[in-house]
Design a protein around this ligand. Structure first.
Ligand SMILES: Nc1ncnc2c1ncn2[C@@H]1O[C@H](COP(=O)(O)OP(=O)(O)OP(=O)(O)O)[C@@H](O)[C@H]1O
Ligand SMILES: [Mg+2]
Length: 496
């Protein structure tokens, strides 16, 4: 092979293969590649074999020990050494090398260029210090807000208001937590004084503030419900104070309509357009060049969550053939109902793998507002009836469905902010009489399960998980009993 031949083969590789190749050349492991590209490790190995084949390096044996990969590396060392051992996450060159911008695109964030420009404009031109991002459930408000604050390179405080009226984060304890853990300040006793303290801190230093799911504390007129009037105090006394240097983003399905809060600029977030959906699906080798693409996008109103939920069956069951998926499920898909779509995905998982299904439903046992992220160990604890060696692969399978969200730690010193929260946030009906005293759960349990980075479920998915849990044959008491037994088992090393 000469340089010319090498270049020709390299340029003919499909987008996905080049992507896998760059990661392989960067010495990344199959499992890590699979995870980052949302494919199976076996698919990565298949790509590797095909890439070797394209370069004329055929395997005489299917056995991996006889892989031709070392020879492929030798070829790259000779003809494209600059690609060896690169960190692919810092590879701006990727775009140039493969002359296709979509390749480096993050599938978790497509098509929000206009929204970002709009937020920039509100902040830059109108000097907005607080913006309410409004829109239907699952349209992408929270994702946009996170992304925006992250690209501003701001540390930010996060107030997860809560997914359900029964589980609302108390502003009083949130403010105290922020003072203690973000600003290392001892909070005063009374609420108003703590608000003053927080205001002073925010005048010192620019930070971002994300207030997520505000609709849960609003009434049907967009006003704060009486019992959540503390929220109004926070907004008026802190967020509207002169000289605070924060960028405040508020997400809500309903519009906030408080005369005293007219300083908050409103931004109605549109749905993702069809181009964004195409870009997303292309990333998963789904054929988007068909009429079905527009129809399905239209049917679900460009909803971001639907786009994500649709991906897995199209990719795996229909091998990326979107047209076939549409034709065979047209009647169902034309209804465009987000909850039905999620329920159908639950059914599919139940048929495919009952362990994965159980894990998904049992995740409904946790609540996700004050401590929104559950570390992997919290997932392992839910798999009490599964063999040890299978647990990881079950979690991996669930991750592949995209029903589980994974978030990384965003603020360095947030890691302790949940430690002194009052109790474990397990969800159970008090009427059933919970036989364990939750307060007696050791503090270490919180350390084990609730981490500043980890997994969570989107509200719609959590609701489906919870309702299936309650409908299942097993009592919630039994499930919590099993979970507690598992947690206790994990705690043994901490007690000795
Ligand atoms: N721009 C995007 N690109 C890819 N995926 C996205 C995008 N925006 C949102 N998503 C995905 O869609 C799902 C719903 O997004 P998100 O949670 O941000 O919606 P939301 O509007 O905040 O919903 P809710 O009103 O229920 O809080 C998430 O799984 C998220 O990862
Ligand atoms: Mg949200």
């Amino acid at each position: 092979m000469n340089q010319q031949h090498f270049n020709a083969v390299f340029n003919r590789l499909t987008e996905r293969r080049r992507e896998v190749l760059l990661k392989l050349l960067a010495n990344e492991k199959d499992e890590a590649i699979a995870k980052s590209l949302y494919i199976k490790p076996t698919t990565v190995r298949k790509h590797r074999q095909e890439i070797c084949k394209a370069f004329g390096l055929t395997n005489e044996f299917t056995d991996q020990r006889h892989s031709k990969f070392p020879e492929l590396i030798a070829l790259f060392a000779k003809y494209k050494p600059e690609l060896l051992n690169q960190n692919t996450s810092e590879l701006p060159q990727t775009e140039n090398l493969i002359e296709d911008k979509t390749i480096s695109e993050n599938p978790d964030f497509v098509g929000r260029e206009d929204a970002i420009a709009h937020l920039d404009m509100l902040i830059g031109k109108f000097n907005a210090k607080a913006i309410g991002i409004y829109g239907k459930g699952g349209i992408g408000k929270t994702t946009l807000a996170y992304h925006y604050l992250e690209t501003q390179k701001l540390e930010y405080l996060e107030l997860q208001v809560g997914m359900q009226a029964e589980y609302i984060t108390s502003v009083k304890s949130w403010v105290k937590d922020q003072l203690r853990h973000q600003f290392q300040e001892k909070p005063e006793q009374d609420f108003i004084s703590t608000l003053e303290q927080l205001k002073c801190k925010l005048q010192d230093k620019p930070v971002g503030i994300l207030i997520d799911n505000l609709e849960t504390v609003l009434d049907e007129n967009g006003k704060f419900k009486k019992e959540h009037i503390d929220y109004l105090e926070l907004f008026i006394r802190v967020l509207n104070a002169p000289n605070i240097k924060s960028i405040i983003l508020i997400t809500s399905r309903e519009r906030l309509n408080e005369a005293k809060l007219s300083f908050i600029e409103a931004y109605q977030l549109p749905e993702l357009d069809e181009i964004a959906w195409r870009r997303f699906f292309s990333r998963f080798d789904i054929n988007v060049n068909c009429l079905a693409m527009s129809a399905i996008h239209k049917s679900y109103g460009g909803n971001a969550l639907c786009m994500k939920v649709l991906r897995e069956p199209i990719q795996t069951k229909y091998n990326g053939d979107l047209e076939a998926y549409w034709q065979q499920n047209k009647e169902f898909l034309l209804k465009g109902n987000i909850k039905d779509l999620i329920a159908s995905q639950f059914d599919r998982i139940q048929n495919n793998n009952v362990d994965v299904y159980n894990l998904l439903c049992r995740l409904g046992l946790y609540t996700y507002q004050k401590i929104p992220y559950i570390a992997i160990i919290g997932l392992l604890c839910l798999l009490w009836d599964v063999q040890e060696e299978k647990k990881r692969s079950i979690i991996d399978s669930l991750e592949q469905t995209h029903l589980l969200e994974f978030r990384k730690e965003r603020i360095e010193n947030i890691s302790n902010s949940w430690q002194d929260s009052d109790s474990l946030h397990l969800d159970f009906p008090p009427s059933q009489g919970w036989m364990f005293n939750l307060e007696s759960f050791h503090n270490e349990v919180k350390l084990l399960i609730f981490q500043p980075e980890g997994y969570s479920l989107h509200k719609f998915i959590w609701e489906e998980a919870k309702s299936r849990l309650y409908l299942s044959n097993q009592s919630i008491e039994y499930l919590l009993f099993s979970l507690k037994a598992q947690i206790d088992k994990m705690l043994i090393p901490y007690e000795t």
